[in-house]
Design a protein around this ligand. Structure first.
Ligand code: DLL
Length: 430
């Protein structure tokens, strides 16, 4: 049931001792990088100055801008000791590049093997990796993890939908790694090929890399006839394999022997208590080539209170509720895209895709929500569609406190992405 019982179930006091040890070690490694040498010296932080985990708060934060502007100044060893690089898929600005030593690649693979094993994947499984194999960490990260676990791994890559279905049929795929919006999208391909995914031996899916609601998970589980596990990570901290759900599906265990977790109020920077949603801040505890300290992820989540019946001692975070930088301000009201998805996907009439367009007319902000309707409902008469449009408008209004325009569109007419979904288009001038 456990991949690494000792570390996964380590009693909290022991785990915290291990964290402090690894934090000190990481700090002494980080001091070899020009960037951290300067940062830490300025802040007067040395490995010896940390006498407990709370002292980690003396370490200055690292931001995405630091990683972008400092680049190789974060490396702790000569470039020739690095064996791989990846880059973040950020939609704005320059990519952030992360370098790995051979040892870092191994630790990362170990974490992913541990994560997948936790959900029940075994060497007898056939694993189809449907994520991009490139600079994006989702493809190669999981690939190495699945091989380490011992599963037969199909490096399918992203896109090419009909081929994906054929591969599943040909090799009797049992486990999928897939972006949740793409999993919904792929259902139309199954339909057009006359294949019901529930008739295939699929039993597990790992879904992550983009925010999604519990309703999206439920739809994936029902349509494919499998269990879907939320998987969280970011390139800056390796990639996937930072936090993962166990069979309890009650939050994501954050692997605390490899990452130091903090949840802070993004305005005051003060730590928050379990149950309070704030910005996730993470520190690598085992990466050696390019450790990142107190990274402000901009992802919003809460630590789940209490312990998990699965026996793992690592704390759980909630699903990611949004990002500090994807909040929309419309007519002065703060809106997170996930609120929109929550309302839409809770309605059975709504299909698998939607798009939010923000525009400005006569100094007035407008929000247009284009919603694909399920085929069976779209065939209804105009009166029915009008009432559905009204129902969706009212539901969005009561959640968001602003009234959007809602446009119902036919299934499969909105743009699709094979990678992370693009749900918001802000056409207002900045
Ligand atoms: O998306 C790593 C990854 C690959 C995770 C495959 C899971 C599966 P980046 O491209 O650097 O890395 O993007 C990281 O994506 O800061 C979150 O905002 C978002 N994200 C990742 N996983 C989740 C998730 C990969 N499960 C950024 N839920 C992160 C919500 C997620 N958001």
């Amino acid at each position: 049931m456990y991949w690494d019982k000792k570390h996964e179930t380590m009693p909290r006091p022991d785990l915290e001792i291990l964290q402090l040890e690894r934090l000190r070690e990481t700090l002494s490694v980080a001091l070899n990088s020009p960037f951290y040498r300067e940062r830490l010296t300025q802040a007067g932080v040395t490995p010896e100055s940390l006498s407990n985990l709370e002292d980690a708060r003396k370490i200055p934060f690292t931001t995405k801008d630091d990683l972008r502007s400092q680049g190789q100044a974060l490396l702790t060893r000569p470039l020739e000791e690095m064996v791989r690089l990846h880059a973040s898929s950020g939609t704005t600005g320059q990519a952030t590049v992360i370098y790995y030593t051979r040892g870092d690649i191994e630790t990362w693979a170990e974490l992913l093997a541990r994560s997948m094993y936790m959900t029940g994947m075994r060497p007898t499984d056939v694993f189809q990796n449907m994520m991009g194999y490139g600079l994006f960490t989702g493809g190669l990260g999981f690939h190495y993890g699945a091989e380490r676990l011992g599963a037969l791994t199909i490096p399918a890559g992203a896109g090419n939908s009909r081929r994906q279905v054929q591969l599943m049929q040909q090799f009797n795929t049992t486990a999928l790694h897939i972006i949740p919006s793409y999993a919904l999208y792929l259902l139309a391909t199954f339909e057009s090929m006359g294949v019901d995914p529930r008739d295939l031996p699929l039993r597990l899916a790992f879904i992550g890399a983009e925010p999604h609601t519990g309703d999206v998970r439920r739809r994936i589980e029902e349509a494919y006839g499998l269990k879907a596990y939320n998987s969280y990570g970011l390139s800056e901290l390796n990639g996937p394999g930072v936090a993962f759900e166990c069979p309890e599906q009650n939050g994501l265990h954050l692997w605390e022997d490899h990452f130091l977790l903090e949840v802070i109020d993004p305005r005051t920077l003060e730590p928050l208590s379990p149950g309070e949603v704030g910005e996730v801040v993470l520190t690598n505890l085992s990466r050696r080539g390019m450790p990142v300290l107190r990274y402000r992820t901009r992802d919003l989540a809460a630590v789940e209170p209490g312990t998990c019946p699965c026996g793992r001692s690592h704390r759980r975070i909630s699903r990611i509720q949004g990002r500090t930088d994807d909040m929309l301000i419309l007519k002065g009201v703060n809106i997170f895209p996930m609120q929109i998805e929550k309302v839409l996907l809770a309605m059975p009439e709504v299909g698998t895709n939607y798009l939010v367009e923000l525009s400005r007319k006569n100094f007035n902000d407008l929000m247009l929500v284009k919603v694909e309707v399920q085929q069976e409902f779209f065939q209804e008469d105009l009166k029915y569609l009008k009432s559905l449009q009204k129902k969706i408008t009212n539901a969005l209004k009561s959640e968001l406190l602003v009234t959007p325009l809602v446009e119902l569109v036919e299934p499969m007419t909105l743009p699709r992405s094979e990678g992370k979904a693009l749900r918001i288009m802000d056409l207002r001038d900045k």
